[in-house]
Design a protein around this ligand. Structure first.
Ligand SMILES: Nc1nc2c(ncn2[C@@H]2O[C@H](COP(=O)(O)OP(=O)(O)O)[C@@H](O)[C@H]2O)c(=O)[nH]1
Ligand SMILES: [Mg+2]
Length: 326
């Protein structure tokens, strides 16, 4: 059993930058218990900042591209400059592998020991939708706790990139030097979301291929979405040698400055909040539907009838929805 705290204890702890309290608060918003959810909501409302303070950075790429290594080296460099860095992992696949907690901590060995850093591994046993809501709230909590950079790391599974892109200020795509991966990014629509493509592991024997991949990406990005203040660009980097990491940081800062100057940061966050509103409404309505006794009674027969082809999905849904709202 974990200890529960009062709203004030959570709030004061977070606002004081207390790492242990922050971790407990994130556990609270990850909980499925109704009373935890209610308290978590209240807490989020109490600590949410009116103006953006943290730089929320999404990072994605196939497993093995070096996201954890990049965050370890890049994050530690920022911590050494005096910034506070949080890393939140969104990795639905870790459910399958039984959790990436150990893996993430060992892969981010330097960063996890740094007093300015906080690493939060993926919540286990959550559906992706749940990950979205909980991660959004965890970001708000980290921002309130005074973190300057909040990285949200995700692997290319299902909708996770889109979910993460909808809750960050800037989105980074790490690509492998080899051919094919860049096509994968295009195919999966990741280039549509990326503000920066970093061809990673640009070192040793891979350097040449990385440079080629960078050109391929630049060509693809030529047609990518461009917001007024920023056109997505491709860079080269290696977390092993450190090459290109300063350029990545410069590009992130440049993006940030342009985003703020254009008034886009506030606008983006407000739009994200609106979208979050709709997903909460969807979730809430669905939960009520699922909990409705009349629906529960009818559901097995209805599902059976759909499977047997005796009723079509639309008609069946209309019937149960009508029953629910009666
Ligand atoms: N050559 C090279 N290898 C790297 C680099 N970054 C990470 N790796 C290696 O790539 C593998 C996967 O890295 P990891 O950070 O766990 O990838 P993740 O799954 O994307 O988080 C590890 O064996 C790393 O040592 C790099 O910049 N250059
Ligand atoms: Mg990793």
């Amino acid at each position: 059993m974990r200890t529960r705290h009062s709203l004030e204890q959570y709030r004061d702890g977070i606002l004081a930058g207390d790492r242990v309290m922050l971790a407990k608060a994130i556990t609270l918003v990850e909980s499925r218990r109704a009373d935890d959810i209610a308290l978590g909501r209240k807490l989020v409302r109490h600590v949410a900042q009116a103006t953006p303070k943290a730089h929320r950075i999404g990072i994605t790429g196939v497993p093995g591209v070096g996201k954890s290594t990049f965050l370890d080296v890049f994050g530690t460099a920022r911590c050494n400059e005096g910034l506070k860095v949080a890393v939140l992992a969104v990795d639905p696949s870790s459910e399958v592998s039984g959790g990436s907690i150990l893996g993430d901590k060992t892969r981010m060995a330097q960063l996890s020991k740094h007093p300015n850093a906080y690493i939060r591994p993926s919540p286990s046993g959550l559906a992706l939708g749940g990950v979205g809501r909980r991660t959004r709230e965890a970001i708000v909590l980290c921002e309130a706790a005074g973190f300057d950079l909040i990285f949200v790391e995700t692997v290319g599974v299902g909708q996770s990139e889109t979910t993460v892109a909808g809750m960050v200020d800037v989105f980074l795509f790490l690509a492998l030097p080899g051919a094919g991966d860049e096509l994968q990014g295009i195919k999966k629509g990741i280039l549509e979301l990326a503000d920066l493509v970093v061809v990673h592991k640009a070192d040793g024997d891979s350097r040449q291929r990385a440079e080629e991949a960078k050109v391929t990406h630049e060509n693809a990005l030529h047609y990518a979405r461009s917001v007024g203040f920023w056109h997505p660009r491709a860079l080269l980097a290696s977390s092993r040698t450190g090459d290109g990491l300063v350029e990545v940081w410069d590009a992130l800062k440049e993006h940030r400055a342009a985003q703020v100057a254009a008034g886009d940061l506030i606008m983006r966050r407000h739009l994200q909040e609106q979208r979050a509103f709709w997903s909460f409404v969807d979730e809430g309505l669905r939960a009520r539907f699922d909990a409705d006794e009349r629906v529960r009674t009818e559901l097995p027969a209805v599902l059976k009838a759909i499977a047997a082809g005796t009723v079509d999905a639309g008609t069946a849904a209309d019937r149960l929805l009508a029953l629910h709202t009666e």
